[in-house]
Design a protein around this ligand. Sequence first.
Ligand code: FAD
Length: 693
Amino acid sequence: AQLDTLDLIVLAVLLVSSVAYFTKGTYWGIQKDPYASSYALANGNKAGKTRDILKKMDETGKNCVVFYGSQTGTAEDYASRLSKEGSSRFGLKTMVADLEDYEYENLDTFPEDKVAIFVLATYGEGEPTDNAVEFYEFITGEDPSFSSGSGSDDKPLANLKYVAFGLGNNTYEHYNAIVRRADAALTKLGACRIGKAGEGDDGAGTMEEDFLAWKEPMWTEFAEKMGLEEREAVYEPVFSVTEREDLSPDSGEVYLGEPNKNHLEGTSKGPYNSHNPYIAPIVESREVFTVKDRNCLHMEIDISGSNLTYQTGDHIAVWPTNAGKEVDRFIKALGLADNRHKVISVKGLDPTARVPFPTPTTFDAVVRYHMEICGPVSRQFVSQLAAFAPNDTSKAEMTKLGEDKDYFQEKVSSHYLNIAQLLLRVDPNPWTKIPFPLFIEGVNKIQPRYYSISSSSLVQKKKISITAVVEEIRVPGSENIVKGVTTNYLLALKQKQHGDPHPDPHGLTYAITGPRNKYDGIHVPVHVRHSNFKLPSDPSKPIIMVGPGSGVAPFRGFIQERAAQAKAGEKVGMTVLFYGCRRSSEDFLYKDEWDTYKQSLGDSFALFLAFSRETPGQKIYVQKRLQEQADLVNTLLQQKANFYVCGDAANMAREVNVMLGQIIAEKRGISSEKAESIVKGMRSSNQYQEDVW
Ligand code: FAD
């Protein structure tokens, strides 16, 4: 057929636009996701703000940017600490930047006299944090939507000087994988690292000390390379706090804990995500343990009024509120009791400083809704506070705590003290000299906590179940009792819902009805996080699940789903659950439900139970049951069963991994090395999936 002129023009236009489309984002041999910036915009980046980091640094006169890839706030906190330290000790012009807020394609023009610092947490199974996905895929060339081509210049980042610190957990398979891979990629692209690539280990509980030990030699090398002189560190606030005499807490524009403007104005709308929670009704709550001193909550959260969706295996994030007792203690330690409801405006003194909560607000609201006041205290922060102690004795004590690692361990860490407890122990008088901005900088932003959804989206599309064990730690050798922030808040919500006459024995109370009573009628702020922890799309495939304790949560959802599929006449493959707890009479979760599922699934459901405290002298864990069922496990794996582990990352998940290797070695008559590599292969092909914490 002949093409007429119009056809040719149309074809030419199509060709040009598709070339433009496919080359958009191709820079120095690394490929970039063309959807990335729209994704970031949808995720809270304000339209109109520049995504060009070099331009931003130029406009604001910065010579050092500290990027963070953070999931739970620790990496973000370390980034802001490095930024402050660079400024106060070396006079650097620093800024902190969320990796999700910028593009990276012009890093090849990063000036030689500037430095980029990367603080990168590794999340889940060796994954980047949500806000670092784009950067990570870009820099490592792993963006799956494009093939990685090789550019003309193989050292495009030769001008870039950088510093790297990773946050990881050695109990996970891919320890600090993200910082290691990002560092290797940067080096390969010609960038020059200053100091060692640091690694902090949450698994060993040494994160803070690893960070402190890493940063000193790094700063020495940094100063040497960049020709900087260290000076006497001076505190320069990043934020200003101004009292607003013109406003009262009743003024409509004052945030009393509302997470953003729409919530303040009562016009909250989706999309609901990690920047914008949905205030969801809790439609049902009950306890699933039968013992008095331990609690496990089952809750049903209704998402039908939102546009939220979930899939079986996803996580729900709960936005907590601090306990009244802890808010009071913090307010007292700072001497703010008389001013707690005064209205304040908080502003960044530097154009790159972000106030971590909306203002105008009140001291009470900031402390109650936005600060992680109960968490572990950083030794570096204690050093900073020393200068503002009420008198010389307390100043000397704070200085010693800040400098002496062992002393700090003995006096603070081993008792799990929070910041207000520490201050009041050092000196029970109010610490009125500490500028409030220092707390905004030094105390982490409160983090939503994740829960593995324990229902099936096929069975209850608009209702999300959670299964949460209430945290209460009696610290050995100390009179202190640590109460988990979120789970005790959820417990209080459950008690309120049931008109429970027995409030917490340790006097915890909560602002249950939320800011301006907006959470009244038992509501909780939530968002959903989609996960890769998923059932096989073909239900006839067998599955093996190992989930002791609250690790059973997602498997209740999995089994609920397969039981519904079986009931609907679908062919459902073998469904095996290994569950463990202390005693069948105390903490056996969903004890009566399993029979119901069995009725639908029949012989294709098998439940193996391990009770660790039932028989004196015999501590039986799920690993033992796995070993006993080696034949079944091996046969199902050879039939391509998916293998899932959920729950305790520190011990259980690792031991299950080892046990699986042993089973495969024994049953297939192969060496343990060969078996281990089979298990590794199962992990990389997603046949072996973990949801651990
Ligand atoms: P927090 O206040 O966060 O305290 C937690 C721990 O931090 C304490 O136990 C203590 O060890 C330490 N700590 C706190 N304060 C201090 C201090 N001052 N000094 C020293 N140490 C301190 N949990 C479930 O029950 N069910 C689930 O289905 C579930 N799914 C999860 C899925 C994912 C992906 C993840 C990441 C976690 C999941 N968790 C689940 C755990 C959950 O997110 C919370 O971590 C848990 O409920 C505790 O939260 P909390 O706010 O009550 O305790």
